[in-house]
Design a protein around this ligand. Structure first.
Ligand code: COA
Ligand code: MG
Length: 297
């Protein structure tokens, strides 16, 4: 699974912010062509992205580069894709994904552009923003509609607009959709990425909300401000205690369980059976993936 603890957004038409982007040490850098860019500025955003794709990748801190494109209803998607699908692009995030048809259409267009531009077919990943009521209801079939889909982001800002409710930092109004999107992502074998936290100066609130999402199954977060990267990496990276616990479980289960023909043993006063053991192995695998990703960046 891809390491996507921090999916960091930069408005593509903002020269100052795009200028800083190469130094931002996030897991996925996303240059945005959607709602952080005003309609009249889209052509400029596309040009800035083309320039960014041509720049020296070695000098960019983030290991992956994605672009968020406008959804099909806007009639801008085709122009966005024509402008940005070039070597160096790792993925496209489709805003306001409504259903599986939206994804199939994107997959088809990506394949055409990859072929036309001498890129490996299938090399550009798809990430879906699940941020409308319809998108939530169709999240799982949409995630299964193309083998390119590797992650789903829950988008709280548009979701609350669509539901005609007020967006709060506590997020009671988002609970169902936030849980649903995480489960749909996991069911489809994708990474679940939590919604942006717009009160970017409230560090305590940010950490609380991120911990809460972590317990829903989210393994990364969509970020709008550089100050959110550090806390995200800390929360989504298994802690030293988690790793120690997992190593302890692995040892006990293998030595006292598997080796002796038992599938339930005791560790620190708690029952450990096969799913607990497999969960521990998953933590150790995640840790290895994060170490490998950090070594590369
Ligand atoms: N990308 C690159 N640099 C950013 C940044 C971003 N997303 N957000 C902030 N910065 C930079 C600022 O330019 C500033 O640089 P400086 O110290 O050289 O002046 C520094 O980080 C500190 O920023 P700060 O002053 O705290 O915030 P701000 O008022 O400049 O910006 C936002 C606040 C919300 C407007 C800005 O973070 C932003 O545009 N975020 C992305 C929005 C977005 O992509 N939305 C769509 C997805 S929901
Ligand atoms: Mg949105």
């Amino acid at each position: 699974m891809a390491v996507m603890r921090s999916v960091f957004y930069v408005p593509s038409n903002n020269e100052k912010m795009v200028g800083k982007a190469p130094t931002i040490a996030c897991d996925v850098l996303t240059l945005d062509l959607e709602d952080s860019v005003p309609p009249a500025e889209k052509p400029r955003g596309r040009e800035m992205i083309q320039k960014y794709l041509k720049a020296d990748r070695e000098k960019q801190a983030a290991p992956s580069l994605y672009v968020r494109v406008n959804n099909w209803e806007t009639q801008m998607t085709n122009d966005d894709l024509e402008a940005i699908v070039y070597p160096g692009l790792d993925g496209v995030c489709l805003a306001k994904c409504g259903d599986a048809e939206n994804v199939k259409r994107l997959d088809w267009k990506l394949e055409e552009l990859e072929q036309r531009r001498g890129m490996e077919v299938g090399s550009v990943a798809i990430q879906l923003l699940i941020e409308t009521a319809k998108g939530v209801m169709n999240a799982y079939p949409a995630a299964c509609a193309s083998p390119r889909v590797n992650s789903l982001i829950f988008g709280a800002v548009d979701f609350t607009k669509d539901m005609r409710v007020t967006l709060t930092s506590e997020g009671q109004e988002q609970l169902y959709a936030r849980f649903h999107t995480a489960v749909a992502a996991r069911a489809a074998g994708c990474v679940a990425i939590d919604c942006p936290y717009v009160a970017f100066q409230d560090e305590e609130g940010y950490k609380r909300s991120t911990q809460e999402g972590r317990q829903m199954g989210y393994e990364g977060r969509m970020l709008i401000h550089p100050g959110q990267i550090g806390p995200s990496h800390e929360i989504y990276t298994p802690s030293a205690e988690d790793v120690e616990w997992a190593e302890g479980i692995k040892q006990v289960f293998e030595e006292e369980g598997i080796a002796k023909g038992a599938a339930a043993v005791t560790y620190k006063g708690k029952m450990v059976d096969t799913p607990v053991y497999e969960n521990a192995l998953q933590i150790l695998r995640t840790m290895e993936e994060i170490r490998a990703a950090e070594a590369k960046s």
